[in-house]
Design a protein around this ligand. Structure first.
Ligand code: PHE
Length: 343
């Protein structure tokens, strides 16, 4: 046994390793549970007692030799690694960092906000989980109005008093919240996400974004509405943009209108985007119905106002000629990377 242990000590001193993994293998081979050292210590138990002292010392020397060797090998490998990194070429060009860019919907939302804040509008926000009152009732929707139908609205929770919790279907709810808490003059825009139970296609999605506008003061007229929206259309789509207002219906505005802009692709000549009409519909608007003012505690004999609401996806489609709404939500880098603007 003596010779074997001495032989092992010599072997240990000759061990080499070039990688940290090799060192670990050596450790397992010698010091592991089923390693050489444990085997030798098991044999040591049956060594005749007159030899125990001498062999015991040898065995301990072997153990110390292995431990020292492992430590030395580890250190030398770490040193080699460090000197490698010192020799790196510091003048080499850095690997390219991919810069992110803003989402096209964010760019357009920011641009719309910028256009309206330049003429005195301030940004307001409201909750996405709303109640029936703020989404429908206070906005003059009759109880049986089809927009309350399950097919359009995501109902979150039925409440006994009928004021069910819903995901807001439009940002007009922020009009109500603002009129409930602020006194005129009110001049706000409210950007946000809205939800409708619709099948997803190139032209519709169950989640989309709107911007709402509301202006309440003494003597606000339809002419003010028209001028504000003309200003917006020119800023957004170019100085030569024309607008037209077509009569429409919303429960919360009277009179109501749909606003079209002259097609920015064919300048009104007629093309496949405007389907030959020369006009593109971009938003709903109208004079706030007196019932809506009263429901939120504003005296409709003293104050009047207008409201408008537009889809950010739609504006972005027209501005950047995006053909499929689903692209906004797929996070395909090839799509997202194309949009740059100061916003
Ligand atoms: N809330 C309407 C919609 O979602 C848009 C609108 C807002 C119309 C304000 C008139 C006034 O279609």
């Amino acid at each position: 046994m003596k010779e074997r242990i001495s032989g092992e000590i010599t072997k240990v001193n000759e061990l080499v390793a070039s990688e940290i993994n090799d060192v670990e293998n050596i450790r397992i081979q010698y010091l592991g549970k089923k390693g050489l050292l444990n085997d030798l210590f098991a044999e040591f138990k049956v060594v005749p007692s007159d030899q125990k002292k001498e062999i015991g010392v040898l065995l301990n020397n072997l153990k110390i030799a292995i431990q020292n060797k492992i430590e030395a090998l580890r250190e030398s490998i770490v040193q080699v690694e460090e000197s490698k990194s010192e020799n790196e070429d510091l003048t080499k060009p850095a690997t390219e960092l991919q810069l992110g860019s803003r989402h096209p919907l964010s760019l357009v939302r920011n641009e719309i906000i910028d256009i309206f804040t330049r003429i005195g509008y301030v940004v307001e926000e409201g909750p996405e989980i709303e109640d029936d009152w703020h989404v429908f009732s206070a906005l003059n929707f009759p109880p049986e109005h089809p927009a309350r139908d399950m097919q359009d609205t995501f109902f979150i929770e039925n409440r006994e008093d009928g004021n069910h919790a819903v995901l807001r279907t439009h940002t007009s709810s922020v009009q109500v919240r603002t009129m409930e808490t602020q006194k005129p003059p009110i001049r706000i825009i409210a950007p946000g996400r809205v939800f409708r139970n619709e099948a997803i296609s190139a032209r519709a999605h169950c989640i989309f974004h709107q911007i709402e506008g509301l202006y309440i003061d003494k003597g606000v007229s339809f002419a003010d509405l028209k001028q504000n929206l003309l200003y917006f259309a020119k800023e957004m789509f170019g100085e030569n943009t024309k607008i037209r207002l077509r009569p429409s219906y919303f429960p919360f505005t009277e009179p109501s209108a749909e606003m079209d802009i002259s097609c920015n692709l064919c300048a009104g000549e007629g093309c496949n985007v405007c389907k030959g009409t020369g006009w593109l519909e971009i938003m709903g608007c109208g004079m706030v119905d007196p019932n809506v003012l009263e429901a939120s505690g504003i005296d409709s004999k003293v104050y009047s106002g207008f409201a408008f609401g537009m889809g950010i996806e739609r504006i972005t489609m027209l501005k950047y000629n995006v053909k499929d709404l689903r692209l906004y939500f797929e996070n395909d880098m090839r799509f997202l990377k194309q949009f740059t603007s100061v916003y």
